[in-house]
Design a protein around this ligand. Structure first.
Ligand SMILES: Cc1ncc(COP(=O)(O)O)c(C=O)c1O
Length: 373
């Protein structure tokens, strides 16, 4: 039995998704070409984007997809506002710096969301073309108010790009409800595929006008799209097995009630982890109204005996893999609640944490948590 991955990805996948990789696929064969087309169609449908959006898959981890979106869909004279409250906003800033794109940033603390009025002020006082936002900032697990941001950006006639890596497939993102020009995500998060491919959903007119923007051949989204449109094939070697697994995972996503079904399961998982950890005396970083049902950050307990590595290893011995913290402001660790895991897995996780707390002789400060409510 594999260990349970309570992480932001790669995640625990279903047996049938893993089994889909037990074949070899000819990358120029009709069967594979059809499978690839089916993935692209399904992903466009997930944002209700039929006729208006194109899906362009990109090899590599999620960062490759975000970088191909940022580099291929902006121009040398673009001016971008980057909303930052964690590592993934910072990463888009780094991409813009590498690319030499003109940008301004609005950064708030990792446990805070941006002030919409302040965003409006920045838009009004700068000659902007784009706004970049992260949906769920996985650094803390915070849920950014993407609908409010999208409405504002649309009202100002700017182009919104969303890094929806850890939200796509579990949190609402419909082009019928909000307006965005491009969104990037990947196979191995809420869609529960295996890692190795990302994708960008981009408005028709945006991709059609993207020729010549990219500094890089391999990340050129326009070129990737053109080639795929021409003969439905990938320009370069496709990650065939990853795509076969992704196709299966997408089928299972449909069978399990799509975005709504997935979101519901994760919400329940999240509740069990938050309540269980709180009962044990751990302090959650975020208040419930800012907590996305994806990954939860907990502060290291005050007990000087607490050592993350020891805590991690003890949980790993019991077949649960948690995740280190990524905050710059506090010592934390994270527990993910996504992947092919359910209520029982979450209850088992809490039981294992409880046993580890006893085994390590940790004293937890129960009073800490009362301040949050
Ligand atoms: C919001 C967000 N953006 C981008 C990434 C980068 O993805 P990858 O680590 O697959 O390159 C992640 C990864 O967790 C993420 O959560």
């Amino acid at each position: 039995m594999d260990k349970k991955l309570l992480t932001p990805g790669p995640l625990t996948t279903s047996m049938s998704t893993k089994e889909a990789m037990l074949h070899d696929w000819g990358s120029r064969d009709t069967k594979f070409i059809d499978l690839n087309a089916s993935i692209r169609d399904s992903l466009v449908k997930l944002i209700d984007g039929e006729d208006k959006y194109q899906c362009v898959p990109m090899q590599g981890s999620g960062t490759f997809a975000v970088e191909s979106m940022v580099s291929s869909l902006t121009q040398k004279d673009s001016k971008i506002l980057i909303l930052i409250n964690g590592a993934y906003g910072q990463r888009m800033k780094k991409m813009c710096t590498y690319l030499g794109r003109d940008f301004i940033e609005y950064e708030v603390a990792e446990h805070e969301v941006h002030d919409i009025n302040k965003i409006e002020e920045l838009i009004d006082s700068n000659n902007l073309t784009h706004v970049f936002a992260v949906y769920c900032e996985t650094t803390s697990g915070i849920l950014n108010p993407i609908e409010d941001i999208a409405k504002l950006v649309e009202g100002k006639n700017l182009s919104l790009f969303i890094d929806a890596m850890s939200a796509f497939g579990a949190l609402p993102l419909s082009s019928k409800t909000i307006t965005f020009d491009a969104v990037a995500a990947s196979s191995n998060k809420c869609l529960e595929g295996v890692p190795g491919v990302g994708f960008i959903l981009v408005k028709n007119e945006v991709i059609e006008n993207a020729k010549g923007n990219s500094h890089s051949l391999s990340l050129d989204l326009y070129d990737q799209w053109q080639a795929m449109e021409k003969n439905k094939q990938w320009r370069f070697t496709p990650p065939t097995h990853v795509l076969a697994a992704f196709n299966q995972a997408i089928e299972e996503h449909k069978e399990q009630g799509g975005v709504e079904g997935r979101g519901k399961r994760y919400k329940k998982n999240c509740e069990i982890i938050c309540n269980g950890m709180k009962e044990l005396g751990f302090e959650q970083l975020l208040p419930d109204n800012l907590q996305a049902p994806i990954i939860i950050t907990f502060k290291h307990p005050n007990d000087p005996k607490f050592n993350f590595e020891q805590f991690y290893n003890a949980l790993s011995e019991k077949d649960f893999l948690i995740y280190p913290g990524k905050l710059t402001v506090a010592e934390t660790f994270r527990i993910g609640c996504i992947g092919n895991l359910d209520e029982q897995d979450m209850m088992d996780t809490i039981k294992a944490v409880k046993e580890v707390v006893t085994e390590l002789g940790l004293t937890l400060n129960l009073q800490n948590n009362d301040k949050r409510n």
